[in-house]
Design a protein around this ligand. Structure first.
Ligand code: SF4
Length: 430
């Protein structure tokens, strides 16, 4: 982790990082403030290039339209480039139910698909797996001899996937940027799989959230160096594809999806989260994410940005715990290449949860009052610490196995307190 951060810092030092961040923030702000007109401009220009635009208000609608195109094309399989939106739509499962095979072609996505798991990071979907884990998954699922050499494993995946591109009736990609003035789709990636998914099958379907639109091609001068450096510490990603309409004899669709994004747009504070370019940097530095991993966030987007957008995008109160999955240390804000003020949004969501009654019940308020009283009086503090040490000693010796506390403790061990506190030790020593 330390080495990868140093690598990123070195890459960031090669450009006027602070100025680029400020510029990116301003460009995204402008794009989101003029979202309606920019999307309309993009649509006009994309159609003029021979493509077809489909608007989808919900994830269900988007998946349904996607499957309809596949059926019209007679596709039995779809090769997929990397896309977090596809995870939102639960596209693999929906395609399976429709009798169409979905083949992930990004190596990390391919691994998690083979393992029957979900991605745990927006740019490194298999970040939670070791190469030994991957070796075992390949041995089990691809019936190949166990091996944990990353090069040999990548080659095995590549050999298998080459043949799938040729058989697929549809290729799918996500979209990093949709350029309004030219109607082009820009996809950045490192493996070449996005380009192959878009260009080998006769039909290319690009899926994008409404927030992906930017005003001008020239804006990429700001976004591309930021995205690569913040995401992986590269100066530029290996491939930057500009899809300029369908090739002769082929078809190209762009499905533009809302799926809860207008809930964020309607909120003056949360709107800023739509500036996100999905680089994953806020996750890499978040002490909570680094401890619990991406699976703990319960939906597609983990880390600080996931804690901000999940509730609003799903339109549910169930995610009201997520804004509390933060120490508010501010590392995410410092790291974000588009300077999104994530801690401000997390605090705002906490306040909203209390106002709506989802959080801050009588028990919690009373606990916080007691905590505040103990922290503001030295004697009360010492009594509270002594009480806590006794409770910990009892809890460690007699773990509770029933009720809500029992369920919570099933996955946690209570630390046994030291025989004497620091204060006691200090007093004796003096
Ligand atoms: S919020 Fe910022 S740091 Fe986090 S994924 Fe989005 S752009 Fe990257």
């Amino acid at each position: 982790m330390q080495r990868s951060l140093e690598h990123k810092r070195a890459a960031q030092a090669q450009v006027p990082w602070a100025a680029l961040r400020a510029q990116a923030h301003a460009l995204k702000k402008d794009a989101i403030e003029h979202l309606g007109s920019l999307l309309a401009e993009f649509e006009r220009n994309f159609i003029a290039r021979g493509g077809t635009v489909i608007w989808a208000r919900t994830a269900d609608e988007a998946a349904e339209r996607f499957i309809r195109i596949c059926r019209d094309a007679g596709a039995e399989s779809v090769v997929k480039g990397k896309s977090m939106l596809s995870e939102e739509l639960e596209l693999n499962e929906r395609l399976r139910v429709a009798g169409i095979a979905a083949v992930e072609t990004d190596l990390g996505e391919f691994i998690v698909q083979l393992a029957g798991q979900k991605p745990t990071h927006v740019i490194a979907p298999a970040a939670h797996l070791s190469r030994q884990d991957v070796g075992r998954i390949f041995e089990r699922e691809l019936k190949m001899p166990y091996c944990d050499d990353p090069q040999k494993l990548s080659l095995a995946a590549r050999t298998l996937l080459r043949e799938r591109y040729l058989k697929a009736g549809v290729g799918m990609t996500g979209v990093n940027f949709a350029i309004a003035e030219s109607g082009t789709l820009v996809v950045v990636e490192n493996e070449g799989n996005g380009g192959l998914s878009a260009s080998v099958p006769p039909v290319h379907i690009a899926i994008m959230g409404i927030e992906k639109v930017i005003r001008r091609v020239a804006d990429l001068d700001v976004f591309l160096p930021l995205l690569a450096r913040a995401g992986t510490g590269q100066k530029i990603t290996t491939y930057t594809h500009h899809f300029l309409g369908p090739e002769p004899g082929k078809r190209q669709y762009c499905i533009i999806v809302d799926a809860g994004r207008t809930n964020l747009l309607a909120d003056p504070v949360l709107r800023e989260s739509l500036y996100c370019i999905r680089c994953g940097a806020c996750m890499n530095v978040c002490p909570v994410y680094r401890r619990v991993g991406g699976g703990a966030y319960g939906w597609v987007y983990p880390g600080p940005i996931g804690a901000v957008v999940t509730g609003a995008m799903l339109g549910t109160q169930e995610a009201s715990d997520l804004p509390y999955a933060s120490t508010l240390c501010g590392a995410c804000k410092e790291e974000c290449p588009v300077a999104i003020d994530l801690p401000r949004q997390l605090l705002y969501l906490r306040a909203s949860a209390v106002e709506s009654g989802a959080k801050g019940g009588a028990l919690e308020r009373s606990a916080i009052r007691r905590f505040a009283a103990a922290m503001s009086d030295a004697k009360a503090y010492q009594r509270a610490v002594s009480l806590l040490r006794t409770a910990l000693a009892i809890g460690a010796a007699l773990p509770i196995r029933f009720g809500a506390l029992g369920r919570w403790m099933r996955a946690r061990a209570i630390p046994k307190p030291a025989r004497q506190s620091f204060r006691e030790w200090w007093a004796r020593r003096s």
